[in-house]
Design a protein around this ligand. Structure first.
Ligand SMILES: C[S@@+](CC[C@H](N)C(=O)[O-])C[C@H]1O[C@@H](n2cnc3c(N)ncnc32)[C@H](O)[C@@H]1O
Length: 248
């Protein structure tokens, strides 16, 4: 039988930014978690425009953390009258928070009133049977129009299996702590798996512009551009699947 997951600890630095002692890194920019989600991951993937007039749209994220990117995406989706009918958000998490800590984290971070009911709905639906075990949980929101597929376990184990579940990513959020702090989330193997899951016109965005990430992106068939980063970061990377690497 699988071992229970090692949960994340809810720790805040003196400036109020959530911090992971395990990875010695912060969960979000000190300049704001929601603003970072909107700038780096939504705008970086051309959202909401890219899901307009689509029936289904799938976002794939490498690390779920506190779900701030998910909540920002849900909020943008529900505010958009021409949104895709179905939004599928797929995310992996090796060290989930307990439902209680997730709720405390949201209370401390979310300062945007329309997101509060979404955060409450997420915390209420969050798997709560302890100990949390590796496995896939599917949560439904908005009368089933939004599906959150949460894969609890190592992204390196789950990513190669996602195509077997019929998952094709239209937008990829690369969010796994800094490459220097958590190299396991940025290996060539992770990028090769992402290339297999990416739809032909998939885009990606990430706050990092590390050289190792740029090389792994190119080797696995993505093209990248450096654009203005968020919260004092000069640059971040956005891009898409290179046309010649598109599947048939
Ligand atoms: C920067 S945080 C993500 C923040 C998050 N996207 C949000 O919106 O709140 C990175 C996350 O990746 C998770 N993580 C780190 N290594 C992982 C791995 N190998 N597999 C899956 N998740 C991992 C961490 O536990 C952490 O929650």
């Amino acid at each position: 039988m699988d071992a229970p997951l090692a949960l994340a600890s809810l720790v805040f630095r003196g400036d109020g930014t959530p911090y992971s002692p395990r990875h010695d890194d912060i969960y979000h920019s000190t300049a704001g978690a929601l603003a970072q989600a909107r700038h780096v991951f939504l705008k970086g993937n051309g959202l909401p425009a890219r899901w307009r007039q689509r029936t289904h749209f799938t976002v794939l994220e490498t690390g779920f953390g506190m779900g701030i990117n998910f909540l920002a995406t849900w909020d943008a989706w529900r505010s958009d009258p021409t949104r895709a009918r179905q939004l599928h958000f797929v995310s992996m998490e090796k060290h989930p928070f307990s439902a209680n800590d997730l709720c405390h984290a949201h209370a401390a971070i979310i300062d945007d009133a329309p997101l509060t009911p979404l955060a409450d709905a997420l915390s209420s639906a969050w798997p709560s049977l302890m100990p949390l075990m590796p496995g896939i949980h599917m949560l439904g929101f908005e009368q089933g129009a939004i599906t959150l597929t949460l894969a609890f376990g190592d992204a390196g184990d789950y990513l190669p299996r996602l195509p077997d579940y019929g998952i094709r990513a239209d937008a990829i959020y690369l969010d796994g702590f800094a490459p220097a702090k958590n190299p396991d989330m940025w290996t060539p193997g992770i990028f090769a798996s992402l290339a297999c899951i990416a739809s032909d016109d998939a885009t990606f965005a990430t706050y990092t512009s590390a050289g190792s990430v740029k090389r792994a992106l190119l080797q696995s068939g993505f093209e990248y551009r450096k654009v203005a980063g968020f919260g004092g970061k000069r640059a971040m990377l956005v891009g898409e699947r290179a046309p010649h690497s598109a599947s048939t």
